[in-house]
Design a protein around this ligand. Structure first.
Ligand code: AMP
Length: 227
């Protein structure tokens, strides 16, 4: 199967919704550069840059890094050679409406904004069945990835995996998703995340192919635009 190269995508999905696995498939098959907001910040911290120094404390407290620094970081990364040549998959950015508006303001065009839809019940089932092995740091799931019987008794629930915390995170995400969908209306590609991952990926491929066809019919892309 052949895939279009140079795609520019944004992906959003709820916490624990399988977005990471979907990203791995997309990067492998479409050759795009995976740009994760969190990874970029961790690189800045490791290099001891001013943005890294500013981000470190905020990240440790679970707070968002200021939009301005974040936007600068992402736009710089998107203009590097590999991204221009291969296209990008933005993951974890934008995380606020003003970050989304900044992308639009500088004329950054995207082939699609992929929204992974997962039901609240499925998200709760995934989060509440998770167990951490404190000895190895490995994470299991009682139903989907059961631990070996000999270590089952030492597994613990992570403090963050309570129903209350998970519902709160889903609520925050839903609000942000609605804002983003409204902002990128017309470019949104919704994918049903309540299915096994191969089916999720098949649906993504079909819908993104359709979206690219529709786009070509409406307007040719600007080949000189780096963003
Ligand atoms: P992640 O690896 O996506 O879980 O991100 C880790 C942390 O990096 C977050 O908790 C935030 O503190 C910060 N971060 C990542 N992406 C963004 C973003 N788009 N805007 C602001 N802060 C971010």
């Amino acid at each position: 199967m052949t895939f279009q190269k140079h795609m520019r995508l944004i992906i959003i999905g709820p916490p624990g919704g399988g977005k990471g696995t979907l990203c791995e498939h997309i990067v492998k098959d479409y050759g795009v550069v995976h740009i994760s907001g969190g990874d970029l910040l961790r690189e800045e911290i490791a290099m001891g840059t001013p943005i890294g120094l500013e981000a470190k404390d905020l990240m440790e407290q679970g707070r968002l890094v200021p939009d301005e620094a974040m936007i600068r970081l992402i736009l710089n990364r998107m203009q590097q050679k590999d991204c221009v040549a291969r296209g990008v998959l933005l993951d974890g950015f934008p995380r606020t409406l003003s970050q989304a508006q900044a992308l639009t303001r500088v004329g950054a065009a995207f082939d699609g904004v992929v929204v992974l839809n997962v039901s609240v019940d499925a998200l709760l089932e995934r989060a509440l069945g998770r167990r951490l092995d404190p000895t190895t740091g490995r994470v299991y799931h009682l139903k989907f990835q059961p631990p070996p019987a000999d270590i089952a008794s030492r597994l613990v629930v992570r403090p963050d995996d309570t129903e209350e915390r998970q519902r709160y995170r889903i609520g925050v995400y839903n609000k942000f998703r609605d804002q983003l969908v409204a902002h990128f209306v017309g470019s949104v590609v919704e994918v049903n995340g309540n299915q096994p991952i191969p089916k999720v990926y098949d649906e993504f491929r079909l819908k993104i192919a359709q979206r690219l066809l529709d786009k070509q019919r409406v307007a040719p892309t600007n080949p000189t635009s780096k963003l």
